[in-house]
Design a protein around this ligand. Sequence first.
Ligand code: TNX
Length: 461
Amino acid sequence: MIPAPALVVPEPAVTFTISPETAVSAPPAAAAVAAGLGSLADDGPVRLQLTDTDGLGPEGYRLEITASGVSLRAAEPAGLFWGVQTLRQLAAGDGVLPGGVIEDRPRFAYRGAMLDLARHFFTPAEIKAHVDLLVQFKINHLHLHLTDDQGWRLEIPGWPRLTETGGGPGTGCDGAGPGFLTLAEYSDVVAYAAQRFVTVVPEIDMPGHVNAALVAYPELTADGQPVPPRTDAEVGYSSLVAGKEETYAFVEAVLKTVADATPGPYLHIGGDECLSTSAEDYRTFLARVLPLPGKYGKRAVGWHEIAAADLPEGTVVQYWRPEEQNPAVDAAAAAGREVIMSPADRVYLDMKYDASTPIGLDWAGLVPVERAYDWDPARRLPGVPEESVLGVAAPLWSETLRGPADVQFLTFPRLPAVAEVGWSPQERRSWASFRERVAAFGPRWEAAGVAYFRSPEIDWP
Ligand code: TNX
């Protein structure tokens, strides 16, 4: 099982075998959750129930497997959904479920994966298929990096040139990866994810990483002159202009559109690598922009550079640099802001596994599976203790990616490692145990056509 449950009490002599014919009962609110587990019926040996679960929280569940059947209980449908993922893993192959009791709940509320649609576009069908693979490991947030220097991937009514020109090729100079999501497609992806208890976190990256927007609307540049489109992988050369009112009209129109299309609580405003924005302009810009998510009912999220600005209450800081010290993030945590942990040297899925990995980057070092697994989010930064950690998230930047197989290759098996970092109690985790458990997923991924990396760190069957 991955992630390892919080508590397992095995009943070694007992098993129960589940098949597509097994009768499964579920409350109406969780009928979709139970679908596919067996045959839905009013009563049956497999029973899902929404009940008080004594403090297992909104995502927790209690699973009991006896010789006569299965009882899965949770306070909320999300808990039943995660319990069903556990059941599916236990049943994999022959349908034989081991007897015993599992009481499970996540360590952190936010367990995320990020997909960069800007450097290479992925279609709605590809994004949905990715969600299906992520939820098996109890990932509950999908961060979509929708805009960057090389592309603008979300339709914004009233600003058609963003996607006419910004929906062009991504990185690689070979015309690879054009496309964008219409608002209807975006909403469809968001709804698909929500049915699987995954919250979409949309990111509009600002004030840097905006070349695609500047190409589309030259009135947003400092001198109003057009700039050429870019398909290279440089960073830090573009910026919105802090001293121009046009900037804020644009930003507010975009953020309002995205907020209105997003039921989840978060709106990510980027804020990273503004190497061509002065420190003063950066703070001026954020003073105007950080309150906007709140104005439209959302919590602002930003890459940790935003900790240099005054952060409105509720703002979330996403830590990403490989350095092990960051006084500004420590100060934000001390002031009550929550932090998402995404240290590049541990969880950047676009880093190569080893020197022979054919795709990916290595600026934060190589990230073999053990490195992605063997760390504690509450001990990464001295000033960011457990209570300040909202969760962990694994970004996948797409400069070197050309399709879903590349996504899968970099994601599996590292994402399951990060998922366990985010879900399982620290004292229940060990690399020795994880590397044995993850081996069992090799044949399952093969059967499902998932292009995972057969890391030499793991003894695959
Ligand atoms: C840094 S991480 C970036 C991205 C790149 C990534 C490549 C971050 C907040 N910004 O623009 O795609 O490195 O690994």
